[in-house]
Ligand binder design. Structure first.
Ligand SMILES: C[S@@+](CC[C@H](N)C(=O)[O-])C[C@H]1O[C@@H](n2cnc3c(N)ncnc32)[C@H](O)[C@@H]1O
Length: 222
């Protein structure tokens, strides 16, 4: 756009445009029928659908469609939610996360291209079951690991920039962790050059509280 004007600027400063941001997410599968299950990602029913559930006879007459498809009263069965559309509407805002809070407090640059956590959460729930292993080979600040953790999946994260990986630990610390403790963990991960498992680095961190150790040990056991 002319004069460095971006769609974001037109939306936020000049208030004459809606946000246009949209990214395509490719979902690839090794088989024709992968382990996907929409029942794990149902969304709330629309008001219209709720009305239908309350009184199916009033709002819908079962009939055979011209295609021959027989739409019975099962159409009105309440399945606990609707199948989501292909357009996921997820704001990319993370202003109150522990990750950003600790990055800011410790003057560490936050990862510049973080996912909103709802994005990996959606696909992890949709495509895996609790206990499955989720791998992110371009982990950045490890949003995927956090999403896997909070949905009871195991996870593995690879990231080539050590400082991003080290700061990702902030995502997994207790809310009441002190800045000193967080910094101790960060520094240990930053300096880590061995091939031992990550939990050994964390155990050796400066003055970790019992709670932190417990949390960390359970997080990294694979
Ligand atoms: C778009 S960012 C991922 C951001 C991440 N989803 C998050 O929410 O924080 C991609 C990451 O891949 C990392 N990367 C690029 N090439 C890599 C490689 N060969 N091996 C491991 N990580 C790599 C980059 O350093 C960068 O942090």
């Amino acid at each position: 756009m002319a004069n460095g004007t971006t769609p974001s600027r037109l939306a936020t400063s000049q208030l004459i445009l809606l946000f246009l941001d949209r990214s395509t997410v490719w979902w690839l599968s090794k088989s024709d029928y992968p382990k996907a299950d929409v029942r794990r990602v149902l969304v709330p029913y629309s008001d219209r659908m709720k009305k239908l559930h309350r009184n199916p006879e009033k709002y819908y007459s079962p009939k055979v469609r011209p295609s021959g498809h027989d739409i019975s009263t099962e159409f009105a069965t309440d399945n606990g939610g609707a199948i989501p559309s292909n357009l996921l509407q997820i704001p990319n805002t993370e202003s109150v996360s522990q990750y950003l809070r600790l990055c800011s407090a410790l003057q560490i640059e936050a990862h510049p291209a973080r996912f909103p956590v709802k994005l990996p959460t959606f696909f992890i729930k949709f495509l895996t079951e609790p206990g499955d292993l989720v791998l992110d080979i371009f982990a950045g600040s490890n949003t995927t690991g956090l999403a896997a953790e909070t949905t009871q999946r195991r996870w593995l994260a690879f990231e080539k920039e050590r400082q991003y990986l080290a700061a990702s630990i902030f995502r997994f610390l207790d809310k009441d962790v002190s800045e000193k403790q967080a910094k101790g963990l960060y520094m240990r991960l930053l300096d880590f050059h061995g091939s031992t498992h990550i939990e050994q680095t964390i155990i050796a961190a400066e003055e970790p509280s019992e709670e932190i150790l417990d949390t960390q040990l359970s997080l990294f056991e694979l």
